[in-house]
Design a binder for this molecule. Structure first.
Ligand code: 9UX
Length: 72
């Protein structure tokens, strides 16, 4: 069953950034939904832990040039 993870993202300055981050997350196996809020610099991701853990989400975001940290 899916869990929800929130990430604090650094480096997004425009709507295109939001789309890049959102598309990157949504392409990952195990991600059901990914919502990115530019004003809050935050992403909320529903994902299957077995397929995509928090580290996978963070690595994917960092691979396209942004910084991400887990929000506990
Ligand atoms: Mo455009 Mo958003 O290069 O950083 S994608 S500003």
């Amino acid at each position: 069953s899916p869990v929800t993870t929130r990430l604090a993202i650094t480096g997004m300055t425009c709507a295109s950034c939001v789309k890049v981050v959102q598309d990157t997350l949504q392409k990952l196996p195990g991600v059901l939904t990914a919502t990115v809020n530019l004003l809050l610099n935050e992403a909320s991701i529903e994902h299957e832990l077995q397929l995509a853990g928090p580290r996978d989400l963070i690595d994917a975001i960092e691979s396209v040039g942004y910084e991400a940290k887990l929000i506990i």
